[in-house]
Design a protein around this ligand. Structure first.
Ligand code: CP
Length: 312
């Protein structure tokens, strides 16, 4: 495997990437700060279409910032109500339209399977920026990149994933990406109604990953090397009453973190509602702001690798 193997590649699921692929992406990401500081434009003349059919702040804007840093241009649908999807256009027809205007498409869509379908119809590479409650592979890449920067390695580390493990696409992609590393131990912390899917647990068992399902966050805090918090996602619940029962299940506070092994990193894909108390923000635990910057570097790396940008 080499940089060249990324040319024209779609990233639909984190399962499509090998451990070797991850090393190449992170090595590329390490070079991106230099591009930001320089006047180099490796993707001059290339166009990214950001096709966001669900709300987003970080994913869309970081993809756009990444393309600008690389010297390319961006066209955007940021509100599905402003696209012809509201007139009943199918996703496949939208893709067969947008591919004529760009070199690569970053898509967010409310349906599971949407990014895979888009990749099947598209002549240009597709980057999955979140497909319903299914996957969010570029988020997992930036999450792992952040964990590696903070912990040096994830091998032999214990990581807690907390909150909405059922509908949380960032959780699903993160569990799969971590399963590519040896001796990772996962603690899945959720209310019973939001446990991680059986399919993912089976895949983790097959990969030989040790995991534990627990309800108590405070019991897990002293055991782990990192905590990944997530929002309970109101918009994914079929019944609002079910959301109301669990919405405040976990609130990580500065006081709770005094029981941690040390200054362990706390990550969150954001947005948060109230699952991380604001008093954590000015502690050494708060890595969630660094994640957003790392997201620009990782998305720059993907765009540059897939579109064949030169890095000297
Ligand atoms: N982390 C993430 O996907 O954030 P946005 O929904 O703001 O893009």
């Amino acid at each position: 495997m080499s940089r060249k193997s990324f040319l024209g590649k779609s990233i639909v699921s984190i399962k499509d990437l090998t451990r070797e692929d991850l090393d190449i992406i992170f090595e590329e990401a390490d070079k991106m700060e230099q591009i930001i500081k320089s006047n180099k434009k490796p993707l001059d003349g290339k166009i990214l279409a950001a096709l966001f059919m669900e709300p987003s702040t970080r994913t869309r804007l970081s993809f756009e910032a990444a393309m600008h840093h690389l010297g390319g241009s961006v066209i955007t649908v940021s509100d599905p109500k402003s696209s012809s999807a509201v007139k009943g256009e199918s996703l496949s027809d939208t893709i067969r339209t947008v591919e004529n205007y760009c070199d690569i498409i970053a898509i967010r869509h409310p349906l599971e399977g949407s990014a895979r379908l888009a990749a099947e119809f598209s002549r240009v590479p597709i980057l999955n920026g979140g497909s319903g409650a299914e996957e969010h592979p570029t988020q997992a890449l930036l999450d792992l990149y952040t964990l590696l920067k903070e912990l040096k390695t994830v091998e032999g580390k214990s990581i807690a994933m907390v909150g909405d493990l059922k509908y949380g696409r960032t959780i699903h992609s993160l569990a799969y990406i971590l399963s590519k590393y040896n001796a990772v131990k996962l603690y899945f912390v959720s209310p019973p109604s939001l446990r991680i899917k059986a399919e993912i647990k089976n895949d983790l068992k097959e990969a030989g990953i040790e995991f534990h399902e627990v309800e108590s966050l405070s019991e897990v805090i002293p055991l782990v090397d990192a905590i990944y918090m997530t929002r309970i996602q109101k918009e994914r619940f079929p019944q609002e009453a079910e959301y109301e029962k669990v919405k405040d299940a976990y609130v990580l506070t500065k006081e709770l973190l005094t029981f941690a092994k040390g200054p362990i990193p706390v990550l969150h894909p954001l947005p948060r509602v109230n699952e991380i108390s604001y008093d954590v923000d000015d502690t050494k635990h708060a890595v969630y702001f660094k994640q957003m910057y790392n997201g620009v570097l990782v998305r720059m790396a993907l765009l540059n690798l897939i579109l064949g940008g030169e890095v000297k």
